[in-house]
Design a protein around this ligand. Structure first.
Ligand SMILES: Cc1cc2nc3c(=O)[nH]c(=O)nc-3n(C[C@H](O)[C@H](O)[C@H](O)COP(=O)(O)OP(=O)(O)OC[C@H]3O[C@@H](n4cnc5c(N)ncnc54)[C@H](O)[C@@H]3O)c2cc1C
Ligand code: SF4
Length: 328
């Protein structure tokens, strides 16, 4: 498969990049590491005539701050750097785990955290060559009219497949977006729609410039990822869990976010509420895991069976909570 022809623009600064992508109009797209976009272009799922490269913009590089005051991660920081960053590994371990579990070592050196938050939704009927998709009559995400997974569905149900997003939601992170109307800061959760096609709640000409991690304040976190091959597969379930335990072991804050179970990450709020104000006993953990698995509604459009993926949501929430509570 070959890349279709396009013009690559290499802005030197963020303001220049913002002008270029606004000027390119519907023919333009942003690219960082290209590890998601270029394969998608080869499969003719996107055919931008102009690409605006973000990878070397100085404003989007680097990791700064500290866990006491909060940290800022440039959107073009490679996943490799995040997975190895000493402060992130020590105090935001779920993020280091998620970044370090994306794809392969080579892809983690090219792929960026900003690209990971904007990664395309996935589906067995979509992540295929043009010829394969044509043979099955295409689907509404590209070139067709109906959803081949749920033919009665008015919308595409492709799966949110970022590893970092559920973790950043659980950590309470925010994103900084720069567009023609200036800069805005939003909670990570506000970046997504539950729609496999229009999955990003941002304008195409808005550039994700940074991710802001709040001060740790005692938050413990972990990330559990399900996939067939541990060496490089996308998640078919991701469980991000973050909680604060007081000195007597009472939980004072909890967040559980499930990835790869819908077109956007899903917060298991009922399960998190069950934990707050109580000690994490094995019985409470099982009660919370049972509540967390209810909002997981995977469909038959990624690897392994949907019944197994749903069952594993309960198992992984239980294992994640046990890990954070220090239980065997
Ligand atoms: C074999 C393989 C395995 C993979 N496995 C995983 C996996 O396990 N988990 C996972 O999460 N991902 C996986 N990926 C997808 C991808 O490698 C990662 O998500 C990576 O982090 C994407 O970052 P990037 O910089 O390469 O994004 P790009 O490909 O450059 O861009 C991806 C999308 O984000 C947009 N974009 C990029 N940067 C910005 C920005 N700063 N502001 C606004 N929009 C932006 C682009 O326009 C494009 O739509 C895999 C890819 C491959 C090829
Ligand atoms: S969920 Fe349906 S519309 Fe979306 S990519 Fe899959 S088959 Fe296509």
């Amino acid at each position: 498969m070959r890349l279709p022809a396009f013009r690559y623009l290499a802005p030197k600064h963020l303001a220049e990049a913002a002008r270029m992508i606004a000027g390119a109009g519907p023919e333009g797209m942003l690219v960082s590491g290209g590890t998601d976009l270029y394969p998608n272009m080869k499969r003719l799922q996107f055919d931008p005539r102009i690409l605006v490269g973000l990878r070397h913009l100085p404003e989007l590089l680097g990791v700064s701050g500290d866990p006491q005051r909060g940290m800022q991660i440039g959107a073009a920081a490679p996943l490799h750097q995040i997975s190895l960053h000493p402060a992130i590994r020590a105090r935001y371990p779920a993020l280091a785990t998620a970044a370090g579990s994306v794809a392969t070592p080579q892809i983690r050196r090219m792929g960026t955290i900003g690209g990971n938050l904007c990664v395309d939704t996935r589906c067995n009927y979509y992540n295929q060559s043009y010829e394969w998709r044509r043979a099955v009559g295409f689907c509404m995400k590209r070139d067709g009219d109906i959803c081949l997974v749920a033919p009665g569905s008015p919308r595409c149900v492709a799966v949110a497949s970022s590893d970092a997003t559920p973790v950043l939601m659980a950590l309470g992170a925010t994103v900084v977006l720069t567009g023609p109307d200036g800069e805005r800061t939003e909670p990570v959760a506000a970046l997504y729609h539950d729609d496999g096609m229009a999955y990003l709640a941002k304008r195409p000409d808005e550039i994700l410039t940074a991710i802001l991690l709040p001060p740790v304040n005692g938050l413990r976190s972990t990330y559990w990822k399900l996939r067939r091959r541990g060496s490089f597969d996308f998640p078919i379930l991701g469980v991000a869990t973050a909680l604060v335990l007081g000195e007597d072991g009472t939980c004072t804050d909890a967040r559980i976010v499930l990835g790869a179970v819908a077109s956007r990450p899903v917060e298991a709020t009922e399960a998190a509420h069950l934990l707050v104000g109580r000690r994490l006993t094995p019985e409470l953990i099982e009660e919370a895991a049972a509540a967390a698995y209810r909002p997981a509604k995977p469909l038959d459009n990624t690897d392994l069976t949907l019944a197994y993926r749903k069952r594993m949501a309960r198992v992984f929430v239980s294992r994640a909570l046990r890990e954070l509570a220090g239980l065997p």
